[in-house]
Design a protein around this ligand. Structure first.
Ligand SMILES: *[C@@H]1O[C@H](CO)[C@@H](O)[C@H](O)[C@H]1NC(C)=O
Ligand SMILES: *[C@@H]1O[C@H](CO)[C@@H](O)[C@H](O)[C@H]1NC(C)=O
Ligand SMILES: *[C@@H]1O[C@H](CO)[C@@H](O)[C@H](O)[C@H]1NC(C)=O
Ligand SMILES: *[C@@H]1O[C@H](CO)[C@@H](O)[C@H](O)[C@H]1NC(C)=O
Ligand SMILES: *[C@@H]1O[C@H](CO)[C@@H](O)[C@H](O)[C@H]1NC(C)=O
Ligand SMILES: *[C@@H]1O[C@H](CO)[C@@H](O)[C@H](O)[C@H]1NC(C)=O
Ligand SMILES: *[C@@H]1O[C@H](CO)[C@@H](O)[C@H](O)[C@H]1NC(C)=O
Ligand SMILES: *[C@@H]1O[C@H](CO)[C@@H](O)[C@H](O)[C@H]1NC(C)=O
Ligand SMILES: *[C@@H]1O[C@H](CO)[C@@H](O)[C@H](O)[C@H]1NC(C)=O
Length: 347
């Protein structure tokens, strides 16, 4: 009996010790004290001198994991996502130190914080201290090209968004090379017209998705993308005559979106060289005349083809029947005649 009691007692002690250790590691069922403190500091800096932002972030006993715009990992109770988008922060001095306590932070949304006088780049590079940071959203701000070397050191990032900013002219990808984990880069709706890359430098080796919508490139830009061997998704607008040499540089591409480009009908004759293509979108590209009877029909892997809102006319060439993987074909708002089933019969 006595022995059993002793065993039970020591069992209870073990149990209590484990609970104690658990409290030390995970905090008391809520967010971590140092992270709550850091969030309150962040709120103060955003509200300087006398703003009213982030009212749910309160210095009471509430769990900061329940605060709006904060997301914690349910196991560890540590902050993993912070959303500070849509605060027009007049004269906010971006101070990276305010973010460094969030050691497990994976996603940081600083989009739409544009405001004249915002001191933009100083300190963003210090986010390198956040070793888990995978997504940084800087859309709708006023960054110019001088931000790129600062962002380039954030080697843990997988996704970087800087759409709708003030990047212009030539982008030097050399500045971004250290982002060896980067998979997705959105540079859309800036004023970029040239990309400087160096083939074979293993720069952005893992880049899979690149968006450059809303900017005007010459077709030779495609050749500079040869530097990104993992590129699968590309969205951009180009103007001019696209050659097979331009397209040949994209030989692993799966999704090509050239909507609103201004390209010549010879594009469809040449695009066959990207035989990995699964999605091709040419919505409103100013294409006219008959669909060519060769070239694009070689895209054996093509699943979706969007030719809507162009000026095509005539009947569909029979080689359409060669697109054996095609599942979605959008020909709306053109001037085609005749019958898809008849004209596309494989003969
Ligand atoms: C902000 O606070 C300062 C000092 O308390 C005060 O002088 C100023 O008028 C306030 N500004 C606004 C916009 O409330
Ligand atoms: C939460 O943290 C645990 C332990 O570190 C980890 O295994 C899990 O993947 C995390 N979950 C999320 C959604 O981050
Ligand atoms: C940045 O934040 C840290 C931590 O809160 C603080 O010690 C430092 O003074 C701040 N720097 C500036 C320039 O505001
Ligand atoms: C680019 O942004 C930096 C930092 O905000 C600024 O100091 C610089 O004047 C800007 N350059 C141009 C050309 O606008
Ligand atoms: C980029 O913008 C700056 C001012 O913001 C301007 O001085 C420069 O000429 C622009 N460069 C190009 C290539 O447009
Ligand atoms: C790649 O592009 C296709 C369509 O163009 C889209 O459905 C898909 O989600 C994109 N993938 C990524 C990772 O963005
Ligand atoms: C495309 O451009 C070339 C050279 O400018 C021209 O010869 C050809 O007729 C054009 N093709 C179409 C379909 O517009
Ligand atoms: C269509 O496919 C057949 C069989 O693979 C091939 O002989 C023919 O040349 C193709 N036609 C076109 C226009 O690609
Ligand atoms: C379209 O095909 C249907 C069925 O194959 C046929 O009845 C019809 O006459 C064709 N129309 C034209 C304009 O070829």
């Amino acid at each position: 009996m006595g022995r059993q009691n002793r065993m039970m007692q020591s069992g209870i002690w073990w149990w209590m010790a484990l609970v104690w250790v658990g409290i030390q590691i995970y905090g008391c069922g809520g967010c971590w004290e140092q992270e709550r403190f850091a969030l309150l500091q962040l709120k103060t800096s955003i509200n300087y001198p006398n703003g009213t932002s982030l009212p749910s972030w309160e210095d009471t006993e509430t769990d900061c994991c329940d605060w709006k715009r904060v997301e914690c990992n349910i196991t560890t109770q540590r902050v993993i996502k912070l959303d500070l988008s849509y605060y027009v922060l007049e004269n906010w001095y971006f101070n990276a130190s305010l973010f460094l306590p969030f050691k497990e932070l994976r996603e940081l949304d600083l989009s739409s914080n544009w405001a004249a006088g915002w001191v933009t780049n100083e300190g963003l590079d210090r986010l390198v201290g956040l070793e888990k940071l995978q997504l940084l959203n800087l859309d709708y701000n006023i960054y110019n090209n001088s931000i790129l070397p600062y962002l380039g050191v954030l080697s843990s990032l997988k996704t970087l968004r800087i759409a709708y900013n003030k990047l212009n002219g030539s982008i030097h990808f050399q500045d971004l090379c250290a982002m060896s984990n980067l998979e997705e880069l959105d540079l859309s709706y800036n004023w970029i017209n040239h990309l400087m890359t160096t083939k074979g430098t293993k720069c952005l080796n893992n880049l899979r998705v690149l968006s450059l919508k809303g900017e005007n490139f010459s077709p030779t830009v495609l050749q500079s993308l040869e530097a990104f061997p993992s590129l699968k998704n590309l969205s951009l607008q180009i103007q001019g005559l696209v050659t097979t040499k331009d397209l040949g540089a994209l030989n692993n591409l799966e999704h090509l979106n050239l909507d609103y480009s201004s390209i010549n009908g010879s594009f469809l004759q040449n695009v066959g060289v990207i035989n990995s293509l699964r999605v091709l979108s040419l919505h409103k590209c100013g294409l006219s005349g008959n669909l060519p009877s060769q070239g694009w029909c070689n895209l054996k892997n093509l699943e979706l083809l969007d030719l809507s809102e162009n000026d095509f006319e005539g009947i569909l060439p029979s080689c359409l029947g060669n697109l054996t993987s095609l599942r979605i074909l959008d020909l709306s708002f053109n001037h085609f005649k005749g019958n898809v089933s008849l004209s596309s019969r494989v003969t």
